[in-house]
Design a protein around this ligand. Structure first.
Ligand SMILES: [Zn+2]
Length: 357
């Protein structure tokens, strides 16, 4: 049996019908319902035929998908759920073409739209957390397709050309020795298994640091004010930032607890000792995106980064047997909380032009 068949069977067992998806989403959504906008009551009945909650007092109705990522979508909830199931079952990024095939849908655009909206809300979810402790920070270039406005200019070569988009990468990471030291001080915090894994990983990757949470942002430029603004938003003030001493990192000591600059003549040594994780992440994320799209449009790159970070930050959930940590259920939950700002009319022209889409 191939992986697609296994995934489909898993999904079919849990959600055999559209009604089963509606029932599950209703359970997720119910505790999140706001006070009735008309009478302030918090008590609702479920009206099955209308797929809506109805205020017990004044009968005001709130549709099931109101204020969710599915609001205004014409797709059945089951298509949304299956798309979420596929996106959360695979470590790699999936193409909309692949998901369209799996869903057996004739049209490409609704599938593309669902996936982009889900990537959008993954980013919204990640925004509520700040990184803390010790973080590595660096900038990278990702290959992107030119915007129309860029096409008018002649193409510059190499870094800085319109085919490259700058990305800021920040990763919480700690030296392995420090983590082991903390475990020894608080033996309850880690099992022998956890420590064994940590040491095995260190030997395998020759990485002397342990990574925790990460963030990635598309940036217009790598100038100090641009980066300062993102650091202020996404990094806790008590943090130590480790960098290679780029000239755009001049204000970090004013923004956070400590700025450690690691400078060496040997660039590989800097990466190995001080910034291993930002570089592993850049490489892995870039090749993941390239595997499905040779180039992505610059305006969509952030959405792919959102998916990568959202999954990376929940990578231990995938191995957990605890249903509370199921990635699919996590995604369903945030889809009940967040709306996406992405609208088809803003992108339809762009998509019509793409033959490989
Ligand atoms: Zn009411």
């Amino acid at each position: 049996m191939n992986i697609e068949t296994v995934l489909l069977n898993q999904f079919d067992n849990r959600f055999p019908t559209e009604d089963s998806c509606i029932d599950y989403f209703r359970i997720v959504k119910e505790p999140l319902l706001p006070r009735c906008p008309q009478c302030d009551s918090l008590l609702y009945n479920w009206v099955k035929g209308k797929q809506a909650f109805e205020c017990k007092k004044c009968r005001h109705r709130i549709p099931l998908t109101k204020d969710t990522v599915m609001e205004y979508s014409k797709q059945p909830l089951r298509s949304w759920f299956y798309t979420m199931h596929l996106m959360t079952s695979m470590k790699q990024v999936l193409s909309a073409k692949e998901v369209q095939y799996q869903l057996g849908m004739e049209q490409y655009s609704p599938v593309w739209m669902m996936m982009m909206k889900l990537r959008d809300i993954m980013g919204k979810r990640e925004k509520i957390y700040q990184l803390t402790g010790e973080v590595e920070l660096d900038e990278a270039f990702f290959p992107t397709r030119m915007d129309d406005s860029d096409k008018k200019e002649s193409l510059k070569r190499g870094a800085g050309s319109q085919r490259q988009t700058k990305v800021l990468v920040i990763a919480e990471s700690k030296p392995v020795d420090k983590v082991l030291g903390e475990y020894l001080l608080h033996p309850k915090a880690a099992s022998d298994e956890k420590i064994r894994k940590l040491l095995a990983n260190e030997r395998k990757q020759s990485v002397k640091k342990v990574v925790h949470y990460i963030k990635m942002f598309v940036i217009e430029n790598a100038k100090a004010p641009t980066i300062d603004k993102l650091v202020e938003k996404s990094v806790d003030a008590r943090t130590t930032i480790v960098t290679d001493g780029s000239c755009s990192h001049v204000h970090f000591k004013d923004l956070v607890d400590k700025h450690e600059v690691y400078i060496e003549d040997d660039a590989d040594k800097v990466v190995r000792n001080a910034l291993p994780w930002v570089h592993i992440i850049i490489g892995e994320c870039r090749s993941g995106i390239e595997a499905i799209h040779k180039e992505v449009d610059k305006c969509f790159l952030q959405l792919y980064l959102n998916e990568y970070c959202w999954k990376f930050n929940r990578r231990f959930f995938r191995d957990s047997n605890d249903p509370r940590f199921d990635l699919f259920d996590r995604l369903v939950r945030i889809s009940a909380i967040y709306k996406s700002d992405i609208k088809w009319r803003d992108y339809s022209k762009l998509n019509d032009e793409k033959t490989e889409l």
